[in-house]
Design a binder for this molecule. Structure first.
Ligand SMILES: *[C@@H]1O[C@H](CO)[C@@H](O)[C@H](O)[C@H]1NC(C)=O
Ligand SMILES: *[C@@H]1O[C@H](CO)[C@@H](O)[C@H](O)[C@H]1NC(C)=O
Ligand SMILES: *[C@@H]1O[C@H](CO)[C@@H](O)[C@H](O)[C@H]1NC(C)=O
Length: 474
């Protein structure tokens, strides 16, 4: 397991938001080191006085509340995903006709925490029509979209708004195209996409809805996509003129889902249907990577061999990546639960906290509580119900957390993906896992537990790979 390397880490979103609110200064960063000890990782705790943040307790409380809000919207995404999974069960998907052999090329794009853009998701900067767009990296979305001028309703974004009129290579996708058909199929809005406003009669309109009250609407278009110098001509994306949701200051979303219009599918002949990412631990000053194409020898920096588990390939799965999670170990102790059969789980870069079906969650929680019994408990925080007060302790033994997948593939979660520090004085440190509402829901592996791993999605080979990697490319 990775040693902490002595890095000074902005540990939790709460801490990060404090920094943002305090004007982005890095003073008072909660500094943690870790070292491995049999079956556990010892995290050193450093306590900084709150005036290190240059502000009073009011600000501190506000930071935690903001993080709570972001986690609550994570919960909304989880229930949205559950509804989508149900509806995709009923939707017929097109059989894949992608036998084409790939001339394996490669594109590597830096991925960073979206914290500076007020999102707990990870973001990458790409070029669309020659303009930069910083978008959320989302493996559960079937379409890439960016906010487009003229906007009916757009959120504030950091990059200049994409203006189709300023891009000579931009064109709307016509209604009678196969892309428009594919979109209808992907979004289940058959017959609606060509409703045709009078001013744009031939354009294919789209409407994606993500979470309660969250959506992107506009027209389907194509333009040149640039991935760190690699150009993809005629890339189909959504030109969103009406967008709303917790997208922070991003320009939109990169759809890496398992569906026809996703970036992965559109670049199949170029990158072979393989992509991977390495999500950084740190929320600033560090970047990981998103790699399109499969070239483990040249760009991955994994420190352990990549081990693969099968991607469950039921065509009724919509854009989601499913795998078979057959077990979990806590501090080397295997957790017993009937909830591992069926063992189907989603792996998602756009969900933050891993959510488990109640039987599995309760068993994991019980094991953590027994191994952390020496520490006093603290109140729940948002969707995190198992918290401890570690104030005054100089170090804490964090039990290791391993996810086990079909084929006996064991993935050790980075020790900094096990606990969530709500407050900088360590008085509320929570197990960074949440329970789903129903046993019939599908467990989702979120990005908080995927940090410092190389996660490889091989859509043609129908497998998902994992390796330890330090995602610190700066
Ligand atoms: C779409 O419609 C246009 C205009 O009616 C026509 O020229 C074109 O061939 C059609 N394309 C397809 C793929 O049917
Ligand atoms: C946490 O524990 C410390 C030391 O035992 C105590 O002083 C403090 O009041 C506790 N904080 C909370 C929020 O319970
Ligand atoms: C998941 O893995 C278990 C154990 O290998 C196996 O028995 C089960 O059939 C798998 N489920 C699916 C849906 O592949």
């Amino acid at each position: 397991m990775a040693r902490g390397g002595g890095a000074c880490v902005v540990m939790a979103a709460a801490a990060l938001l404090l920094l943002l609110l305090a004007g982005g200064h890095s003073g008072g960063v909660h500094c943690l080191r870790s070292r491995a000890e049999s079956g556990a990782t010892v995290l050193e705790l450093r306590h900084h006085s709150s005036n290190g943040f240059g502000s009073g307790p009011g600000l501190k409380r506000r930071g935690a509340e903001d993080a709570g809000g972001l986690l609550a919207s994570d919960a909304a995404r989880v229930s949205w995903l559950q509804r989508r999974i149900d509806s995709y069960g009923k939707l017929r998907t097109r059989s894949s006709d992608t036998a084409a052999a790939a001339e394996s090329k490669l594109a590597q794009v830096p991925v960073t925490s979206g914290a500076r853009l007020r999102t707990l998701n990870y973001v990458a900067t790409v070029g669309i029509g020659g303009r930069e767009a910083t978008v959320v990296v989302d493996t559960a979305s079937e379409l890439t979209w960016v906010q487009c001028a003229p906007c009916d309703a757009c959120h504030d974004q950091q990059d200049p708004l994409f203006d189709p009129a300023a891009s000579p290579s931009y064109a709307a996708v016509p209604c009678n195209s196969s892309s428009c058909d594919a979109l209808q199929e992907a979004t289940g809005m058959s017959g609606q996409a060509c409703g045709g406003a009078d001013d744009r009669p031939a354009a294919c309109s789209y409407a994606l809805s993500y979470r309660d009250g969250s959506y992107s609407r506009g027209v389907l278009a194509h333009d040149k996509l640039s991935l760190a110098g690699e150009d993809v001509e005629g890339f189909v994306f959504g030109c969103g003129t009406s967008n709303q949701g917790p997208f922070g200051g991003t320009a939109g979303l990169m759809g890496l889902g398992r569906s026809q219009l996703s970036l992965v599918s559109q670049t199949m002949d170029r990158f072979g249907g393989v992509f991977s990412y390495c999500l950084p631990l740190k929320e600033s000053g560090s970047s990981g990577s998103l790699v399109l194409g499969d070239d483990s020898s040249s760009v991955y920096r994994n420190s352990t061999p990549i081990v693969y588990t099968s991607m469950l390939s039921d065509p009724a799965q919509g854009p989601f990546y499913f795998l078979n999670m057959t077990g979990i170990t806590v501090g080397g102790q295997e957790v017993e639960s009937s909830g591992f059969s069926p063992a189907k789980a989603i792996i998602d870069s756009g969900t933050i906290i891993t959510s488990l079906v109640p039987s599995v969650y309760n068993a994991v929680r019980a094991e953590f509580l027994s191994q952390l019994a020496e520490y006093p408990q603290a109140p729940a925080f948002s969707i995190l119900d198992t918290c401890f007060n570690l104030t005054g302790l100089s170090e804490v033994q964090v039990p290791s957390l391993k996810l086990v997948f079909d084929g006996n593939v064991e993935v050790e979660v980075d020790s900094k993906g096990v606990l969530y520090f709500v407050s900088t004085d360590s008085s509320q440190v929570c197990l960074a896992l949440a329970s789903l509402k129903s046993e019939y829901d599908t467990s989702i592996i979120g990005n908080y537990q995927q940090k410092n791993l190389r996660v490889v999605f091989d859509t043609l080979g129908s497998r998902i790979g994992f390796a330890q990697e330090t995602c610190d490319y700066i």
